[in-house]
Design a protein around this ligand. Sequence first.
Ligand SMILES: C[S@@+](CC[C@H](N)C(=O)[O-])C[C@H]1O[C@@H](n2cnc3c(N)ncnc32)[C@H](O)[C@@H]1O
Length: 178
Amino acid sequence: MKNCYDKLEPNIYRKIARKIQHVAPILDVGCGDGRLVNFLALKLVKKIFGVDASDVGFEKARREAELKGVSHMVEYVKTDASHLDMFSDGFFGGVVSVYALHEFEDSLVVLKEIERVLKTGGTVVIVDFVKGGYAERLWGERYYAPAEIGAMFKDAGFKQAKASFLYNDIILVSALKI
Ligand SMILES: C[S@@+](CC[C@H](N)C(=O)[O-])C[C@H]1O[C@@H](n2cnc3c(N)ncnc32)[C@H](O)[C@@H]1O
């Protein structure tokens, strides 16, 4: 079903791409059907991994990757984001995640895993809905307040997180691992 947030997606994806254009490889946590993974591979021409606890979107993701000619650059892995055991410490130059933070059973544990798999100087970019907006009324889900996300970044070890609003109730939080 289409909703008012769909039309924001291209702009959000472009903003994410700008923030991670100089780092590699990239991991998308909670990648769903791989729209962002395939977009980033096409735009940045580098290795992009997508992980998700469910593989229901992977068939579509791989089909789209074929169509876009980026199959050799993308890899989809079914795993719980709180245990990214297949990736060694400091493996990734960038980690991104869109509309997934609120879904993790323990978001702080996932942010700590993201911090672990990021190399020093690497970038994390998280986009999610925040508490009290239209998305909450539309889907009846529970989202974090911006201050809660900021506190989680800090607890996960990211010292200087920067936040900006992409829309009334969509926040982008980015940080460097220093
Ligand atoms: C709202 S969807 C967003 C999907 C995609 N990022 C997008 O923007 O369309 C949230 C995704 O997080 C995934 N997810 C939830 N808990 C997870 C976990 N513990 N580990 C990995 N993925 C998880 C879900 O399976 C789902 O695909």
